[in-house]
Design a protein. Structure first.
Ligand SMILES: Nc1ncnc2c1ncn2[C@@H]1O[C@H](COP(=O)(O)OP(=O)(O)OP(=O)(O)O)[C@@H](O)[C@H]1O
Ligand SMILES: [Mg+2]
Length: 341
């Protein structure tokens, strides 16, 4: 047998032999010698085997026709007694002619045993993680339910306070006191309308600009019994809940002012609201078709416009008052974004 063929079988970890068609062992590696307890080369394979040699010769014939290994079995007399071993055989070309390379797997244990064990351990780990995930999801759902419940109660309490203020306004002994109490009531209902949107929203963290503006318009327009037409133009964005409250108060004040001061006897009252987003800037406009700001318009710190200016300062924005077929109040401020986005 060539030294190359010998090097090939010697490099294999399992017992390996090169067997000629009649069963003579042309070469074997050290592992094979250890398995049999003596050198097999030069002897007939059937000196080491039990059972019917004809069967095995038929297997060798089959292997001669195949370059990829075929699986067979052979009972070998090993140092540890007779062992029924699985073997793999395939054709190998030697200088002297074709022969069969026979290999005996290292052990008759399940070669996938370690892998099967690992798969089992992984399955246990996956089951554990799935359980943890389910527990976490459940507690998140619980937190969600509790948050909604809390928002719901806060909103109810605010509505109750708004109701108490409206009641007090009706019973106020002076018109000034009545008006002040009414304004306080509308401020409460503006905040509570945002609160209402919050517990109705999917995320609990943001409100959409559309539902936000429409909710405030509904709350404020319920203040007047006079005929009033309100048009809105809203760019859709998600507003984080924290800045949504001051923005709600700003829009509420401008809207209440437009309803209160922007009425002229001859025309039907019309108010146009725009919530426009341009890049990082929001332009919030309330435009009425009333008499416009008079020369005597003064902004008291404690008044509605005073509050609007203070809130806009907090948001990093400003307020412009313009006259164009009525009063136009323009609040500009940076678009608030969710933390981390
Ligand atoms: N849309 C408007 N049209 C005409 N005048 C307005 C308009 N908005 C405000 N003004 C004038 O500006 C003044 C200041 O408004 P501001 O909201 O600060 O106070 P107020 O509405 O009088 O009182 P408060 O808001 O505290 O109830 C008003 O009194 C009013 O004269
Ligand atoms: Mg006002």
């Amino acid at each position: 047998m060539s030294s190359e063929a010998h090097a090939v079988i010697e490099s294999l970890p399992e017992a390996a032999m090169i067997v000629s068609v009649n069963g003579t062992v042309a070469g074997s590696n050290r592992t094979a010698s250890r398995l049999l307890g003596r050198r097999a080369t030069g002897h007939s394979l059937f000196e080491h085997a039990e059972g019917d040699p004809e069967d095995f010769i038929a297997f060798l014939q089959l292997c001669l026709g195949s370059t990829s290994p075929l699986v067979g079995a052979l009972s070998l007399r090993t140092v540890n007694g007779v062992k029924h071993l699985q073997c793999r055989g395939n054709r190998m070309s030697l200088a002297v002619g074709p022969a069969v390379l026979l290999r005996f797997p290292l052990s008759d244990k399940d070669p996938f045993g370690a892998l099967t064990q690992q798969v089992k351990e992984l399955n246990v780990e996956i089951a554990k993680r799935k359980h943890v995930e389910a527990v976490l999801l459940e507690s998140l759902r619980e937190r969600d339910v509790l948050m909604r419940e809390l928002q719901h109660r806060v909103k109810n309490n605010m509505q109750m306070l708004a109701g108490m203020l409206s009641g007090a306004a009706r019973e106020a002994t002076t018109p000034e006191a009545g008006a002040a109490l009414r304004d306080a009531a509308t401020r409460f209902s503006a905040v509570s309308s945002v609160q209402q949107l919050l517990y109705g929203s999917d995320t609990l963290e943001t409100v959409s600009s559309e539902s936000f503006v429409q909710g405030l318009v509904r709350a404020a327009s319920s203040l007047t019994k006079d005929e009033l037409e309100i048009a809105t133009r809203i760019d859709p964005v998600q507003l984080p809940i924290e800045p949504a409250i001051p923005i709600a108060l700003i829009l509420n004040e401008l809207l209440v002012n437009a309803i209160k001061h922007g009425r002229s006897a001859e025309k039907k009252q019309r108010i146009a609201i725009a919530f426009l987003v341009n890049g990082n800037q929001v332009r919030l406009e309330v435009h009425d078709n009333g008499p416009g700001f008079g020369d005597s318009t003064i902004t008291r710190r404690a008044s509605g416009l005073g509050l609007v200016r203070a809130l806009l300062r907090q948001l990093g924005g400003r307020l412009d008052l313009e006259i164009e077929n009525g009063a136009r109040c323009v609040a500009t401020f940076p678009l608030p974004r969710r933390k981390g986005s």
